[in-house]
Design a protein around this ligand. Structure first.
Ligand code: DGL
Length: 271
């Protein structure tokens, strides 16, 4: 098939992630653009992406986009902070005819939550160590102070079916250990380490948002980049004259490189 064929507004928006996390983006997308047809590809067979090296990530993302183009995608949303950080620039160069929308950790709104807020940014090791996040934070480091914390195991928990509804003691202990230096609710903990906001810089993490706050020991506003990404997709499609205005509810097709994950994807879409 000619990959540079003229796109139509009824063609699907393709969304991909390393696995189940991007479903959290699809949920927002369906609410914002209910007429759009959506193809979701979760690459659970190759999850996690957040601990892989750049060359491997480029290869996986390239393969994902090739497959989604063959399925007729009119644009691609990289519903993965890790893949965006490592591969978005490369992919935009390789597929200049294709609108590609990535994820950005919601550092900007978090930095405006208070006067000089303390912001905890949780993400995968690749995102935390990437230049993209460093550059983004640099734009706001006079307005807020940031603590960047890699949480590699969180992706594995979500991939194994754990979420806020599952009430997993293992997940809670993992998070308590992760946050041991940052103000769990014991009276002895230093008030100086209390955060004013948390940024979830990985699309798997919204599924364990309540457990993250419980382990942190206090309520704070939580930000993530899903809404911003979906609005950016809406803008790009509108500018390209590719928004689906059929007025009919769109279809959502779920695909996964590990087919045993499809029931989990369906459950998370409705969760
Ligand atoms: N959900 C992805 C992200 O937003 C990737 C997680 C992973 O596979 O490590 O970073």
């Amino acid at each position: 098939m000619d990959k540079e064929k003229k796109a139509k507004s009824t063609d699907p928006i393709a969304v991909f992630d390393s696995g189940l996390g991007g479903i959290s983006v699809v949920r927002k997308l369906v609410k914002l653009l209910p007429n759009e047809n959506i193809i979701y590809f979760g690459d659970s067979k190759n999850a996690p992406y957040g601990t892989k090296d750049r060359d491997e990530l480029l290869g996986l993302c390239d393969r994902n986009i090739g497959m989604l183009l063959d399925m007729g995608a009119k644009c691609v949303i990289i519903a993965c902070n890790t893949a965006t950080s490592a591969a978005a620039a490369y992919l935009r160069e390789k597929y200049p005819f294709l609108p590609i929308i990535g994820m950005e950790p919601a550092v900007k709104p978090a930095s405006k939550i208070a006067e000089k807020p303390k912001v905890l940014v949780l993400a995968t090791p690749v995102t935390i160590s990437g230049v993209k996040l460093k550059d983004l934070i640099h734009c706001f480091d006079e307005e807020a102070s940031f603590t960047l914390l890699p949480a590699p195991e969180l992706v594995r928990f979500v991939e194994s079916g754990v979420n806020d509804n599952a009430d997993s003691p293992e997940l809670y202990s993992y998070l308590r250990e992760l946050f041991k230096d940052f103000g769990p609710s014991e009276p002895s903990s230093s008030p100086g380490l209390r955060f004013d906001a948390v940024v979830l810089g990985c699309t798997h993490f919204p599924f364990v948002r309540r457990t993250i706050l419980k382990a942190l020991g206090y309520e704070v506003p939580v930000f993530d980049g899903r809404e911003g990404t979906c609005r950016q997709a809406e803008r790009m499609l509108s500018e390209a004259g590719l928004l689906n205005k059929s007025g009919k509810p769109g279809k959502v097709e779920l695909l996964n490189s590990d087919e045993t994950k499809l029931p989990l994807e369906k459950a998370l879409l409705e969760y």
